[in-house]
Write a protein that binds this ligand. Structure first.
Ligand code: COA
Length: 159
């Protein structure tokens, strides 16, 4: 097993984190602006929506007291394509300087554990068709590409 070089922790997020999360989001999506919000007000509104959807499904990765990544998941999501409630991963971002150190994997594992605790049997997400880094990352974690809508690819993992 690969040694984890970075001693980060995974914690539940709080609405007090919203401004710090917005900065992580904006820095994390540099270069991928076609798939993301770029104005701070839109990012804050989006984060508020994520907290309203499922406050228990949002987790942060912290290193030396600073948020270096987060995942926003949703255990109440009705998937039209699956025809049932699934665990949705709406957002996942890791700061560029902290990538390839297992932070993204740890965040996804945390939400999969959360979905299982909610009795869900499927995880679903949508990823930009040219976001190859994320698509490869999700494949590596066992997600499969299922179908698409415009330039979004739907990926699913059976839990
Ligand atoms: C996707 C993202 C969250 C991954 O975070 P991370 O902390 O780097 O993830 P991890 O370190 O746990 O895992 C990275 C692993 O994914 C796989 N991976 C990543 N990029 C890959 C690539 N181009 N080809 C093959 N495998 C790749 C590798 O197995 C890699 O492990 P390695 O670094 O040891 O080679 C991060 O790249 C990110 O924030 N991207 C911008 C935001 C984004 O696109 N979010 C997803 C929206 S749906």
């Amino acid at each position: 097993m690969k040694k984890q070089a970075l001693e980060f922790s995974i914690e539940k997020a709080s609405e007090k984190d919203i401004h710090e999360l917005a900065q992580v989001y904006l820095k994390g999506y540099k270069g991928l602006e076609e798939y993301s919000y770029t104005h701070i007000d839109d990012v804050i509104a989006y984060l508020n929506w994520l907290f309203r959807r499922d406050v228990a499904g949002i987790f942060v990765a912290k290193y030396e007291g600073q948020i270096i990544g987060f995942v926003a998941s949703d255990g109440n999501w009705f998937s039209k394509r699956e025809g049932k409630v699934v665990g949705a991963i709406h957002e996942l971002v890791v700061l560029p300087d902290y990538r390839s150190k297992g932070v993204g994997k740890a965040l996804v594992e945390k939400v999969i554990e959360y979905f299982k605790s909610r009795g869900l049997d499927t995880a679903e997400l949508w990823v930009g068709e040219e976001n190859y880094e994320a698509i490869n990352f999700y494949r590596w974690l066992g997600f499969e590409s299922k179908d698409r809508f415009n330039y979004w690819i739907r990926m699913v993992k059976k839990l």
